[in-house]
Write a protein of this length. Sequence first.
Length: 369
Amino acid sequence: MRAALLLAGLASLAACAAPKEVGVMWGTLDGKPPLIIAHRGASGYLPEHTLEAYALAIEQGADVVEPDLVFTKDGVLVARHDRYLSTTTNVADKPEFAGRKRANPDPATESREDWWVEDFTLGELKTLRARQPFPGRSKEHDDKFEIPTFAEMLALAAAKSKEAGRPVGVYPETKHPAYFASIGHDFEAPLLEALEGFDAGPVFIQSFEPEILKRLKGKTDAKLVQLVYAKEPGAGPNIPLDEIATYADGVGAAKSLYLNFWDERWLPVFSDEARELGLFIHYWTFRDDEPNAGLRSLADLQQLAANRWEECKHRIGHPRMCFDEIVPVSVKEATSPEFEYRFYFPLANGLFTDFPDTAFKAREQTMQR
């Protein structure tokens, strides 16, 4: 029901979605408000990576929409988070494709039997319909929406940008580029060709695999983003930041790197080091139904919050951004989505979220402080 109401009533929000900057100094590299990046579209409300989910995200105030990109059998870039199709489409209900189910042909990734996107032509994929993969989220829009191509997604972003009268950026992720190259589908040419002429908003290209980003350096005006995570709790990023700074413009970081990686003063080592290297930071992933996932303990969050005032004064020099009134942090506050967004905003250049409307409201509340 909530998704249906949002689809019907959020168009009016687009006109006021551009972030205000009056009276607030942000802790971002450029001093501008952190970006709201719609993770797979408004995927908390609608089946992910559909034109409908992207459109809703923009209507909810997202600055940038994120499509994960994979290849079809005939070499077309389409939006899917995974190569396997069973969790996000109705492929298992299609008897004509029953014989396509097979073991994962990529030995470098998980072992499972499924239907793999590279075994389907675009025409065949267009007969499938998207489904919500997350338990607990509404299924009322399952089996309604098509799998979009990257070209279709870019056209939508451009149209919505014009309609809203504000920039709308795109943030494609190259999924499994080494594997796809091994079967004859290289990302570089089709990705850059698709992005040529897109001017509706900022463009970021992200990947977990450094090699594709190194190859793209100097060939595109898009910002290049290395995705990173901690291999174990309390550890730093899986790729050293000084190495990333040689080929990328920023990092897309698992939020646990901020929550769980501190120095002896309880100050965020990761954020400091990235800023010193001139790398922007976009943290992932924020979900209203999983607030503060990845946190080691509430006690750790309370300790971080207790240090927020001095930390903010030291790094930002703007006390309005330091949220001293959130200390001490109660269990109720710490587990609310709004608190989580506000906690990260001072030292993040952007946040990936499944719920752009919540992030938009939290950013607006921050600006009104």
